[in-house]
Every structure is written in structure tokens, then in C-alpha cells.
Design a protein around this ligand. Structure first.
Ligand code: SF4
Length: 434
């Protein structure tokens, strides 16, 4: 099989992994001389480096051969797909060629498990080692590691990578038992713990090294600066509260940089235990919003998802939903309230809270000041007091409060471009009705 075909298969197989923050990009293809620019076919995607820059990556699998049989995965052992395997040299060559042509700034490398977890990890590490040591590649490298691989190999992978990640895939062991029988939550968390310890040790060693005045020639150790993971949403029946609860635990216990939520996408020839339909895209979006609230706005999971509401409201964002359920905390006076309370006002983000705190030292803020900060007044008016605004008591108490934030219902349109039903279709429909 030639390199081009391998690249097609293994870049396509990698697109289901969201943990490099690139999934969801529409596939565009300029091959064949039509148009310019291509995000499809060659496996080039976008991601964010630890310092926040957006960069292009070559996103591929080393192989889509896999010993495991995770039901939600197109590369699972029992899946009927064409298989391919890169040699480390081929991935190195592709990365360097693309890099020199300025197509990419780094590599995201994952893999199915071939022969054993350790054997696969060794191949993945070999790619990174050759890039770093033989070709002095200074670009970004994100390696996906396998929790069952030995800790020494995971440690070695971290030496060459800027970021490493292990996919937790599903939030509970019960779901893993059903959908990914070879995977074990304790193993995954154990590996994440090992990576965390190593990241902290190396950060401390480098800090100490910087403080030495006459630094020795020997350089301090290097290791990836962050780790991330991915959770699949909608393949099992875990509620949003279970998903976010697990994410919260990972952030606290292993200081993960990001948890990516990937809505389960139906795959060709799916396993019979999978749902037939993908979850609505908005669920993934709401999970990211809630995740943001956990990390930057001081919310906890139980506040966003109390027992009686274990799933996020798909129609309004999670902060607005919390505010509507907790109206006793509002209205909040933007000229006096502490930072923690300002963070909780729907429609006001962390950056605007900082601007409010800075500005109110000099002036009593009015609505026009909020407008200047590009705050949506429609969203905040019921929840705030400003120098020239107090919401009417009735508005905050009203049963209609939630309704006023809902998107306007749309008239359904008939699709006249759809082919007319055949007689057979009509007979089936009629029989169905009868
Ligand atoms: S181990 Fe990874 S590649 Fe293999 S079947 Fe499971 S999810 Fe797919």
C-alpha cells in the first residue's frame, strides 16, 4: 500500500479523536485542482498549544489495527474496515515534509493497539524520538498514550512530547465494562496520576535549575507540560451530572489541562448495543459551557446539576439555567457585589468581571458602561442593579423569565428538493399508519 493511501486511511481513522480540539471541522478538500486549502484527506487539523497559540497539526494514527473491541470505535477488532500501518520512518518523513512545506507546526499521534500496549507505545515513542533527537524537530508533539503500557514507557513518551493524553472514554467502570470491555478506569487513572507526578517533579526541578546562579552544563529533565483526556458522550446512558462529576474529579486529582467531550458519532456497521442516533450537538456544547463554569467561575457540579436535574438544559446555557433556579441571589449590584457573585451573573464573563471591578473604583457603573463592554443587556437586565437600573420585582419573579431567553420557534419548511416518494414508500407508510 502506498504512503498516500495509508495517510488517507489513518488520517480518516484519527478524526474521531477530539482530544486535540480539532474534531467538528467540516471536511474540505482541494485535491484535483479545485480551489485552494484543504483540511481533509491529509489529516491536517487545528489545535491549541499549552501557551494558547492555535496551530496546524498532522493528526494521524500510527495504525488502525487494534486488539481491543471498544464498541463505539471504528477501529475496533471486529470492525470491517481497511487496515493500515505506518512505520515510524514514514510518520517522521510525513511530519518533516509537511513541516518544511509550512503545512503544519506539529504532530498529533495516536494509535490502535497492535501486538501489545508496550509494543505500540515503543513505536509511538520511536517516532517522537527520531523527530526530536535525529532531526532536531522543535515543533509541537502531542502523543496519545496507552494506560496499560508500562510507566517507564509513558515517562519516556512524556520526555519527547509537549502534551500527552490518555482517553478515559467513558465516565464509569460500568459503562466501560459494557462498551469497552478491555479498558479499566483504575488503570487509566493510575496512569494519569503517574503523569501528573512526573509533570510536577520536572517542573520543580526546572524551577530549581533556574534559580542556580552558576548553572551546570547538564540540562534539567524535560517532560510534557500538560495532559488532557477525552470522554465520549451519548454512547452510554450516563447523565451529564455523571460526565461532569468525572471531569471535575480529573481536574482536581490530576490537574488535567482539558477534558474534551466528544459526542458519539454513529459509525459504519455499528455494534448492536450502540444507540442508533448521535446525541444532539448542543449537548456537547452545553457540556463545554458547564466545564468552563467549573474551571473558571467557581461553580461546582452539584450546583449546576442538582439531583432533580441530572442533565443540562439544552435550550439555555448552564449559567442562565442556574440563575433561574436560584433567583434568591439576584439582583446583584454590579457596583458593590464581590467578584464571586459577579461571576454568577448570566451574560457577564470573567474578562468583563475584571473590567467591572477595575472601572467601579472610579465611577458608579451604568448600563451604558456595560454596553461599552459589549455585555448583552437583554440577558443581564433581570439579574443586575446598576447606577441607573433596578429590575422590576415582577420580572425576576415571573414564571415567564425562562421563556424570554428561549430561541424563537422556527416554522418548519417543506423540502421540495427531496425526491418524491415512490409507490413502494407510500405503501410502506400506509401500512405503517394502518
Ligand atoms: S483501544 Fe482505542 S483504537 Fe482500539 S478499539 Fe479501543 S478506542 Fe479504538
Amino acid at each position: 500500500m502506498n504512503l498516500d493511501r495509508k495517510l488517507q486511511i489513518l488520517a480518516d481513522a484519527a478524526k474521531y479523536d477530539a482530544s486535540c480540539a480539532s474534531s467538528g471541522a467540516a471536511k474540505k478538500d482541494s485535491r484535483g485542482g479545485k480551489g485552494v486549502g484543504s483540511t481533509g484527506g491529509a489529516g491536517i487539523c487545528h489545535s491549541y498549544t499549552p501557551d494558547g497559540r492555535c496551530i496546524s497539526l498532522l493528526k494521524v494514527l500510527l495504525t488502525n489495527v487494534c486488539l481491543y473491541d471498544c464498541h463505539y470505535c471504528i477501529n475496533r477488532r471486529s470492525s470491517n474496515v481497511q487496515r493500515a500501518l505506518f512505520t515510524p520512518d514514514e510518520v517522521v518523513k510525513l511530519t518533516l515534509d509537511f513541516y518544511k512545506r509550512n503545512y503544519i507546526e506539529g504532530l498529533f499521534l495516536s494509535s490502535g493497539i497492535v501486538r501489545s500496549a508496550d509494543y505500540t507505545m515503543e513505536l509511538v515513542i520511536e517516532v517522537a524520538r527520531r523527530l526530536r533527537e535525529e532531526h532536531h524537530f522543535r515543533g509541537y508533539i502531542h502523543l496519545k498514550t496507552i494506560p496499560e503500557a508500562s510507566p517507564e514507557l509513558i515517562e519516556k513518551a512524556g520526555r519527547y512530547a509537549d502534551r500527552i493524553s490518555i482517553n478515559i472514554e467513558l465516565p464509569t467502570q460500568a459503562s466501560l465494562d459494557r462498551f469497552a470491555p478491555e479498558k479499566n478506569l483504575a488503570n487509566t487513572q493510575g496512569a494519569m496520576g503517574g503523569i501528573r507526578t512526573r509533570i510536577d517533579e520536572v517542573a520543580d526541578a526546572r524551577k530549581e535549575f533556574r534559580q542556580i546562579q552558576n548553572r551546570p552544563r547538564v540540562k534539567p529533565p524535560t517532560f510534557a507540560t500538560s495532559q488532557s483526556t477525552q470522554m465520549i458522550v451519548g454512547a452510554d446512558d450516563s447523565s451529564d451530572s455523571v460526565v461532569l462529576g468525572r471531569a471535575d474529579e480529573l481536574y482536581r486529582d490530576y490537574k488535567l489541562k482539558r477534558v474534551y467531550y466528544s459526542g458519539f458519532s454513529p459509525i459504519p456497521e455499528p455494534s448492536v448495543i450502540l444507540p442508533l442516533k448521535a446525541p444532539p450537538l448542543i449537548r456537547e456544547h452545553r457540556l463545554y459551557q458547564a466545564d468552563w463554569l467549573l474551571r473558571f467561575y467557581g461553580f461546582d457540579v452539584k450546583e449546576l446539576l442538582p439531583k432533580e436535574n441530572p442533565n443540562l438544559d439544552l435550550e439555555i446555557d448552564p449559567k442562565l439555567s442556574w440563575a433561574i433556579r436560584n433567583r434568591q441571589f439576584f439582583p446583584v449590584d454590579i457596583n458593590r457585589a464581590p467578584q464571586e457573585m459577579l461571576w454568577r451573573i448570566p451574560g457577564i464573563g470573567v474578562r468583563n468581571v475584571s473590567r467591572i471591578l477595575a472601572a467601579r473604583r472610579y465611577v458608579n457603573l451604568k448600563l451604558t458602561d456595560l454596553l461599552r463592554m459589549r455585555v448583552s443587556l437583554k440577558k443581564v437586565l433581570p439579574f443586575i442593579i446598576a447606577a441607573d437600573h433596578t429590575p422590576s420585582f415582577g420580572l425576576l419573579e415571573s414564571d415567564q423569565l425562562r421563556t424570554q431567553f428561549l430561541a424563537k420557534p422556527k416554522q418548519l419548511e417543506l423540502d421540495f428538493s427531496a425526491p418524491a416518494p415512490t409507490n413502494a414508500d407510500q405503501i410502506i407508510t400506509l401500512n405503517g399508519q394502518l
